[in-house]
Design a protein around this ligand. Structure first.
Ligand SMILES: [Zn+2]
Length: 668
């Protein structure tokens, strides 16, 4: 049949016709991969997108990595894609096919694909100097510079890669090359990621670098040629291919269809037509549809749905797995938020708002380092917004929490000093040798935990809060080392040698990761922090036996013992805590499931856990109430007695929790 033989040609011609109109020679369509939308691992992209737009580029975001979505993009920008999250399993081969067909990829900071050009292999800390390697169009007109972020990642150059940049040690940091008809630039620079943890508009030398690279990456192959190479006949793609949802909530899947059939063929999810209103005599060869699938309430269900269409006598079909989850709340479930002191969130307004939203617990940051956000008599730096009128934020919080049936648990940033102290206090602490030192002797803005004066400084506000205020509980936070970098001060060395009864021959190498005494050092650091918790908790129980003591702790157990000296499971076993709040901040429900299960397994049977949920955290913002609901159900399934969202923001929290009010509290 001539019509059938012509089908592929028709698709191609249709695509070509569309792109002949829609595709001006410049600027290219840059698609930044949106890790937050897929629950992937990597930093938020908002700042980068804003910055690229400000530089005049045509930027959009893409959340699936199917051939049909990639084919549309001229340059795919993968910013810090540790792992892409919930995308199609064949995303790697799709990207390779897209590049071979003439598409471009820019990948920055952490990146692990397209090894023919290069992949990131090793992080270098605290070294910014970069030199341009001339000879490639991507180096033209650029000058040596200092990277905006202090760290970078070194590249392993593949056989198709040409080095563009080297660090101070001569290691490659950026590499360009071609695969098939497409172009790739890979760099371990944290480009537009000024602190390594979130994107911001590019600045300084980054601007010229990006402009030059993006100009080179602009494809020579037109969109229509690319699609011609990628799309062989009719095609149906679905993203994601599996998903989790809290029972009773719907989930929407993206369906992409390539077909030259006229009129376009109907597309179904199971027996329901999803291309509604049916597109009559549409000309589009490529269509993007949404399949919204509902789930029954209060039921655990693992269902497979079929997206299908009959195109040119060929039945195309893709399966979607949708698991809906449910768990009953425990009686008197704790539903909390972490909260900061601020003039836009007076307890008079916040506490009734929390009550209205069905939130029955407020964990309020009230002190840290040498600062107090209440009328403290023991802290040096009073930063209470009510201090001028002689007020006391904590007293107000107690009053309004009580009036609204909200449990109040103030918390203190215990070991950290920087950002929670006046300049004068900081200088005084530094001069007195009370701050931590890194292996090179540089000062870290944290209390050294080997000094009695510092332990007293950590203890004082905790005791004051527990004894002077009628609060339900008190919580430790930042009760740890900043990283593996502290503390290497002479006092810590002396105490380590005393406790282990053995001098360190080669300091600090022997206690470093490759050193002979590293394991002893890990235990020593855990002991320092645990000693503080034991002492402070016992003192709190003496002044207020009824108060509930808790801690906000790292969710990566047991790695936080080694990385931060935070041995929190021990604190629960010893009875120094009444409950624990792991800061399980991730947008990825699968990771959340794994972490919460690991916490339950590590803790004594029945020990109360309140799971942290990152509603607006370093792991990004949740903007869909269904996402919060899913994390609440997962926390319940992992045996939690409740959950605490980090952190309260006046409008955001209301938008997120208002629709969940009756779902959360079972109508009560
Ligand atoms: Zn020290």
């Amino acid at each position: 049949m001539p019509a059938r033989r012509c089908l592929l040609t028709a698709i191609i011609l249709s695509a070509a016709a569309r792109h002949a109109i829609a595709e001006p020679p410049s600027p290219p369509r840059i698609a930044v991969f949106d890790l937050q939308a897929t629950g992937g691992k990597g930093v938020r992209i908002e700042g980068l997108v804003r910055g690229l737009k400000a530089l005049g580029w045509h930027v959009e975001t893409v959340a699936d990595l199917t051939l049909l979505s990639l084919g549309e993009c001229d340059i795919v920008y993968l910013s810090d894609v540790h792992s892409p999250g919930n995308v199609t399993p064949d995303w790697r081969t799709n990207i390779e096919a897209y590049v071979k067909a003439g598409g471009s990829v820019l990948q920055t900071w952490h990146h692990h694909i397209l090894g023919h050009i290069s992949t990131g292999i090793r992080r270098v800390y605290g070294s910014r100097a970069m030199s341009i390697v001339p000879g490639h169009p991507c180096s033209a007109g650029l000058k040596d510079f200092d990277a905006v972020f202090k760290d970078h990642i070194v590249e392993k150059v593949g056989e198709g890669g040409t080095v563009l940049l080297r660090n101070a040690f001569g290691d490659p940091v950026a590499v360009a090359g071609t695969i098939g008809k497409g172009k790739v630039v890979s760099t371990g620079l944290a480009l537009a990621i000024p602190h390594g943890n979130a994107t911001a508009p590019p600045r300084g030398a980054e601007i010229a670098l990006l402009q030059t690279w993006l100009r080179w990456l602009t494809p020579n192959v037109s969109g229509s040629e690319r699609l011609k190479a990628l799309v062989h006949g009719p095609q149906l793609e679905v993203s994601p291919t599996e998903s989790l949802v809290a029972a009773g909530f719907p989930r929407t899947f993206t369906v992409r269809v390539a077909s030259a059939q006229k009129p376009p063929p109907p597309v179904y999810c199971d027996d329901r037509r999803i291309d509604t209103p049916p597109s009559g005599a549409g000309e589009e060869a490529f269509r993007t549809l949404q399949a919204k699938i509902g789930t029954p309430p209060r039921t655990n269900l693992d269902a497979v749905h079929r997206i299908h269409a009959r195109i040119d006598d060929k039945e195309l079909s893709k399966e979607i797995r949708l698991r809906s989850l449910w768990a009953e709340p425990v009686p008197n479930e704790k539903r909390g938020v972490w909260l900061h002191v601020g003039t836009d969130r007076h307890p008079r307004d916040v506490m009734p708002e929390l009550k209205r939203l069905g939130i029955n617990m407020a964990v309020l940051r009230i002190a840290g380092g040498t600062a107090a956000f209440y009328a403290s008599k023991v802290q040096d730096d009073i930063q209470d917004p009510l201090a001028k009128e002689g007020g006391d934020w904590l007293a107000e919080a107690v009053k309004y929490a009580d009036a609204n049936g909200v449990e109040l648990h103030p918390y203190v940033n215990n070991c950290v000093v920087e950002g929670r102290t006046s300049k004068e206090s900081f200088e005084a602490l530094k001069k007195a040798g009370r701050l931590q030192q890194d292996p090179g002797g540089r000062i870290l803005g944290w209390f050294c935990p080997s000094q009695e004066e510092n332990i007293k400084a950590i203890e004082r506000p905790m005791i004051e809060i527990a004894s002077r205020y009628a609060v339900a509980g008190i919580q430790y936070d930042f009760i740890r080392y900043p990283s593996a970098q502290g503390c290497f001060c002479p006092k810590c060395r002396a105490l380590f040698e005393k406790e282990t009864k053995q001098p360190v021959a080669d300091w600090p190498e022997d206690v470093g990761k490759a050193g002979a005494r590293y394991l002893e050092w890990v235990e020593f650091r855990c002991r320092r922090v645990s000693t503080i918790v034991e002492r402070v908790s016992k003192a709190i129980r003496r002044v207020n036996p009824r108060i509930k003591i808790s801690a906000a702790v790292f969710s990566g157990w047991p790695t936080c013992r080694e990385s931060n000296g935070q041995d929190w499971v021990r604190w629960c076993h010893e009875g120094w805590l009444d409950f624990v709040c792991p800061m399980t901040y991730t947008q990825d429900p699968v990771q959340y499931t794994d972490l919460t299960a690991a916490h339950r397994k590590a803790l004594p049977e029945g020990f109360p856990v309140l799971q942290g949920i990152g509603i607006q955290s370093g792991a990004g913002a949740m903007n869909d109430p269904a996402q919060v609901a899913l994390h609440i159900v997962l926390a319940r399934q992992a045996g939690a007695m409740g959950w605490v969202g980090f952190c309260y923001k006046p409008k955001h929290t209301t938008t997120l929790f208002e629709p969940l009010r009756s779902w959360m509290t079972d109508g009560k």
